[in-house]
Ligand binder design. Structure first.
Ligand SMILES: [Fe+2]
Length: 262
């Protein structure tokens, strides 16, 4: 049954070097069916940070899929950030919108929530295009009925309780409802630097919002880490892996009942 590793918020330029190297070793040994990187690969969207992110991604086992975070825009260059927010991301990482991948028992797609500018004071919060959510649902419609359907974004679409940062996603609740009613099993996000796994309170309650920790030095009360997802036909298990200083070990896990499709 498919296994996924979710890395997030590595923030090259402020990365935890030992943990990012440890994460590579873990992925090489674990050999998941897919690696998802849910944004904030860089700290300030600088070329040297993107080059470091690119070099790290090239060392990951394939396939992997990435989506940008708010820090992956030119953070301090207002003109570039407003006019070409994802030009650097596109040059060094890949397309910023609508990427997808499939493996045995699994289909995944990115939906971008990061923006370079917004008509509100805090441009770093998220916004989501509802048409992109409908496209994801349509895309998943062609997958086998028992395949795990996964969407990867940067900002949590709904506010998770007990985390120190909000996603503040424009249209986030509408997007979550579209994805849940469209049969998406898991919405993987980063941004808050703390892991969580909760069912969305809409549709049949079997669409899960899953957040990952960070591999950066910007810790917010939990160890540097990432998520490891394992599935059976009945259960989606999420393990939050934490860096001990020498290796990763699970420090929290969730067993989530999966949706049964006819
Ligand atoms: Fe972020």
């Amino acid at each position: 049954m498919p296994r996924i590793i979710q890395f997030s918020d590595i923030h090259f330029g402020g990365e935890n070097t030992a943990a990012t190297e440890g994460a590579l070793r873990f992925a090489e040994t674990d050999r998941p069916d897919l690696i998802l990187v849910t944004g904030d690969l860089t700290l300030n969207g600088l070329p040297r940070e993107f080059k470091a992110a690119e070099a790290w991604l090239q060392r990951l086992p394939r396939p992997w899929l990435a989506t940008p975070g708010n820090h992956d825009t030119p953070y301090w260059n207002l003109v570039l950030r407003a006019l070409t927010p994802f030009a650097r991301y596109g040059r060094w990482i890949g397309p910023a919108f609508g990427e997808h991948a499939a493996a045995e028992g699994l289909v995944a797609r990115t939906v971008t929530t990061a923006r370079g500018a917004q008509p509100r004071l805090d441009w770093s919060k998220g916004a989501i295009n509802l048409a992109a959510c409908h496209e994801a649902v349509q895309h998943f419609g062609a997958a086998p009925s028992d395949a795990l359907r996964v969407v990867a974004c940067h900002h949590p679409l709904i506010e998770a309780t007990g985390v120190p940062v909000t996603g503040g996603v424009h249209r986030g609740e509408e997007a979550a409802a579209i994805l849940a009613h469209g049969g998406v099993d898991a919405i993987l996000t980063g941004h808050v630097h703390n892991p969580f796994a909760v069912p969305l309170a809409c549709a049949d309650g079997k669409t899960y919002a899953i957040g990952a920790g960070t591999l950066s030095l910007r810790l917010r009360g939990t160890p540097a880490g990432f998520n490891r997802l394992c599935t059976t036909p009945e259960t989606l298990t999420v393990e939050a892996m934490g860096w001990t200083g020498s290796h990763f070990e699970p420090y929290r896990s969730w067993a989530l009942p999966r949706r049964v499709r006819a």
